[in-house]
Design a protein around this ligand. Sequence first.
Ligand code: NDP
Ligand code: OXD
Length: 312
Amino acid sequence: MTVSVYFAAGRRLWPEYEAHLPEALREAGIDAEIRLNAPNPAAVDYIVFAPSGDITDFTPFVNCKAVLNLWAGVERIVGNKTLTQPLARMVDPGLTEGMVEYVVGHVLRHHLGMDAHILGQDGIWRNHILPPIARERPVAVLGLGELGRAAATALAALNFPVMGWSRSEKKVAGVDCHSGEAGLAHVLSRAEIIVLLLPLTPDTTSLINAERLALMPEGAFIVNPGRGALIDDAALLAALDAGRIGHATLDVFRTEPLPPDHPYWAHPRVTVTPHIAADTRAVTAARVIAENILRGEAGEPFLYLVDRARGY
Ligand code: NDP
Ligand code: OXD
């Protein structure tokens, strides 16, 4: 029987998936018809979704077996009351690789103090300021899920003493793992660089507030490729102005695109990257979608199901 797949992730994304999705479905042995619209919503078996896409009301898709999100983050869909179908988020090896590279790159920039040399070519030979080696620089990764675990492991492989923090207790080789409020205070008060790879939920909104910023060592660095609203912006700006926080590299924001007059753009201690830390890669993501459709058709549990109550 032919499976009906509605690619509702938006026409802008379709050119990336046009070749890879049919190929991945074919390779998985799935006979599928992929449509860019749904004149008969009741006939749709699976929806491929992205927050920038076509659907806000899932009610008419009465026979849809799963909504397959192309994004790892689900905060823009998880609270949609019309969504009663199972929701799977994206766990894509290509995306994970991209995130590891972004995190390692920006952590190394701050660790090595690269800006001093890249931006300070003034003819003065300052060879007395040496960066510490990685094993002397404690780093923390908040969020030890698919992305946080991979980033923490890569940093540990470079010899950084890596602490991690998550909701439930975790064991990650080479990473000193913590959970709970006391665990957060422990990690924040020791890490000279913190990386935020938490999902945005009611529990994580404004997690990095004035009180928690005050726990961090003087001059600590923040790298946030998680979500903008994990940080209380006013508190971060105050901590940056005071030099309490040395620099913040921010990839995600409460409002995206970040408005041109936002103080982050001009702040000398802030680097803005435009939500490019890690993109879902069509070639690998198409295989994840196909695997989930195969599971759905076989009556097996879907991979990467979102827990609506937890919000991620
Ligand atoms: P996962 O769901 O795999 O992992 C989330 C982690 O956060 C888990 O370790 C979880 O704990 C932890 N967590 C959640 N809530 C809390 C809490 N209240 N207190 C402590 N820990 C908590 O997500 P991913 O690793 O796949 O992705 C993380 C986020 O990265 C995404 O939600 C998205 O916002 C962002 N992202 C950003 C991209 C970019 O380009 N900037 C690209 C892709 C993702 P536990 O293990 O106990 O469940
Ligand atoms: C995602 C993202 O969640 O790109 O996948 O932020």
